[in-house]
Design a protein around this ligand. Sequence first.
Ligand SMILES: *Cc1c(COP(=O)(O)O)cnc(C)c1O
Length: 233
Amino acid sequence: MSDLCERYTHIMARIEQAARASGRPAGAVRLVAVSKTHGVEAVERLAACGQRHFGESRVQEGVPKIAAVAGAALEWHFLGPVQRNKARLIARHFHWLHSLEGLDAAEALSRHAHAAGTRLHVLIEVNVTADARKHGLAAAALPAFLEAYCAREWPGLVLSGLMTMAAHGASEGAARATFARLRGLAADCRQGFGLTGFDELSMGMSDDYPWAIAEGATMVRVGRALFGARDAG
Ligand SMILES: *Cc1c(COP(=O)(O)O)cnc(C)c1O
């Protein structure tokens, strides 16, 4: 087995173990392999190990990769900020977006996905830790965002849940508090706005995914622990 497949198998086992420990079946947590800065070949090798979901955070890097492996029936997740002039490419090439934080972006994404005859699954990114360097809506801004969102039709979108990041280098306690907060916010959203299908919690990365699963993550976004170190962001 290659090193990559070995790391993949190890991570899948940890995911399964953490899911079971949280009272859920292994299949309740999806691994999104974050392939940013790694080439098509790394994606193909990991897909050959059995991985289906891949994540990218830059359109200009992700789209050519997606095109290069188009026959492989993979699902692609966009994790980076949405620039309006990239909405069409995101809507056409990706299946999931984890980083919705504005109605302008939602409008453009919905329009382009609808025109392409698809629907993009979107998660709202929440800046739970109120870190000025991070993207995402403030937790306090979620109700107003959802009120505006729910007042309109979005033929190209499927609103599917929330995403967050713990603080870099956070302790287990601090990271788990962040993740538990996101879980609570999602429950508030479902209840307050009668949302159905709003079940995805995208939280947990290389350093903290078992803790995120313990707090209810349904998707973990893992880059370095799978593919090794990146040069830059
Ligand atoms: C890069 C990135 C990840 C993966 O981070 P690792 O620390 O490499 O696991 C997860 N989520 C987002 C939004 C990212 O940009």
